[in-house]
Design a binder for this molecule. Structure first.
Ligand code: APR
Ligand code: PHB
Length: 391
């Protein structure tokens, strides 16, 4: 039997779930198909910094209540290089609300709960998803679930299935252009039970490389260090990780408290953009269309901004038959995508020790850090990008 819906959403990460939510609020039906289990999606650890616009979108969509209660407001960052500390009050400099520290994992849990409470279809462990007839107004999705094969006929497919998903790969290569950059390092991240009274992040670099102190709550810290791109986590017992964190984050009069490490893993660093973000009746959103290195925490914010734009476009298309916004969807998103691409690349190259760099490059990097911390114009530029463009 062929099922029908207005929008078939592939992927239940923040992009797919938020799109489903925004469409539901507009009375548009959707089915979300996710290849992993609910437990897996709710346990996956990702970044946790929400721009003011992302916070507002979650609240307006009625899924921000726990975030507003439990999230920590975060108004600035410390840039710490070679032991020298500089504080950048990003909200004040950009003239915006502060950011919010609230894990992507928690955003995903809240969106899944809201979807299930509303009774709209969300299928976990949907296997072998494939998308067809993309140049028609009635594309088809095939998948299997519970050992049975299914077909889903719809008006639009939303490819929210992340970087490794099937949707982008279903677009003929001649119909899409891609840009990418790989970095000669990765991040090793740990979650540690440490009480942190401060609410600011510390981005640090010295001759041993990059380190970041972030958090998920007052009781839970998230810490990262730059490592080799192909590093094996087995080479990093906790004691070695703490030694590097202390050495890289050190500054006079401040020391990093230690606590039990409850999770650790390695994140690769990559920049990637595919455009256009639409092919016929398939629209890509979030990591399916673009990836940024994690420095600056733009990934989740970009995913939410893409689907806000997409929800408006699909509303006009499916309710009023007006294709203007869906025709400009890719163009409208890419402006913000490229700004975040540049910012994430810029933060990454300014804050990491590149093994291929020479002594000249390292002096340029140090000069750039000094300038960013001391020039009011440069501080403000960092702040504007860190809080994100207006939605
Ligand atoms: N079929 C169905 N679901 C799939 C498939 C498939 N073939 N392939 C992938 N998925 C699912 C993944 O299991 C995942 O749950 O699509 C979802 C994509 O979610 P994310 O990777 O979280 O991507 P997105 O929703 O765009 O959110 C972007 O996530 O990776 C971070 O840093 C990134 O913060 C950013 C955010
Ligand atoms: C995180 O908390 O995981 C985090 C914070 C800031 C970043 C990247 C990741 O720039």
């Amino acid at each position: 039997m062929v099922q029908t819906t207005q929008v078939a959403i592939i992927g239940a990460g923040p992009a797919g779930l938020m799109l489903g939510r925004l469409l539901e609020l507009q009375g548009i039906d959707s089915v979300i198909l996710e290849s992993r289990s609910r437990e897996y999606c709710e346990a996956r650890i990702r970044a946790g910094i929400l721009e003011p616009g992302t916070r507002r979108t979650l609240i307006e969509a009625g899924v921000g209540e726990r975030m507003a209660r439990e999230g920590i407001l975060h108004g600035g960052v410390h840039l710490r290089f070679y032991g020298e500390d500089h504080y950048i009050p990003v909200d004040e400099l950009a003239g915006t609300e502060p950011l919010t520290i609230y894990g992507q994992t928690e955003v995903v849990k809240d969106l899944i709960n809201a979807r299930i409470a509303g009774g709209a279809p969300l299928l976990f462990e949907a296997e072998d998803v494939t998308v067809h007839e993309l140049s028609s107004d009635a594309p088809l999705v095939r998948y299997s679930h519970g050992g049975q094969e299914h077909q889903l006929r719809c008006r639009v497919i939303a490819g929210c299935d992340g970087f490794h998903g099937v949707c982008r790969q279903s677009i003929p290569s001649e119909a899409q252009q891609t840009w990418q950059r790989e970095y000669p390092f990765a991040w090793l991240g740990i979650m540690a039970e440490i009480f942190t009274p401060e609410d600011e992040l510390i981005y640090a670099i010295n001759e041993r490389g990059f380190a970041l102190r972030s958090m998920r709550s007052r009781q839970l810290s998230r810490l990262y260090i730059q490592v080799e791109p192909d590093e094996d986590i087995a080479n990093w017992p906790d004691v070695r990780i703490w030694e590097e964190l202390h050495a890289r984050l050190a500054t006079p009069g401040w020391s990093l408290p230690e606590g039990p490490v409850i999770e650790k893993g390695i994140t690769p660093m990559r920049s990637f953009v595919a455009a256009p973000m639409r092919h016929g009746s398939l629209f890509l959103a979030g990591d399916a269309a673009h990836i940024v290195p994690p420095t600056g925490a733009k990934g989740l914010n970009l995913a939410i901004s893409d689907v806000s734009t997409l929800a408006r476009a699909l509303c006009a298309l499916l309710k009023d038959g007006d294709a203007t916004l869906s025709d400009s969807y890719s163009h409208d998103c890419l402006r913000r995508v490229w700004r975040a691409q540049h910012f994430s690349w810029w933060m990454t190259q300014m804050l990491h020790r590149d093994p291929n760099d020479d002594a000249y490059g390292r002096e340029l990097q140090r000069s750039q850090l000094q300038y960013v911390c001391s020039s009011p114009a440069a501080r403000r530029s960092l702040a504007e990008n860190y809080v994100g463009l207006e939605l």
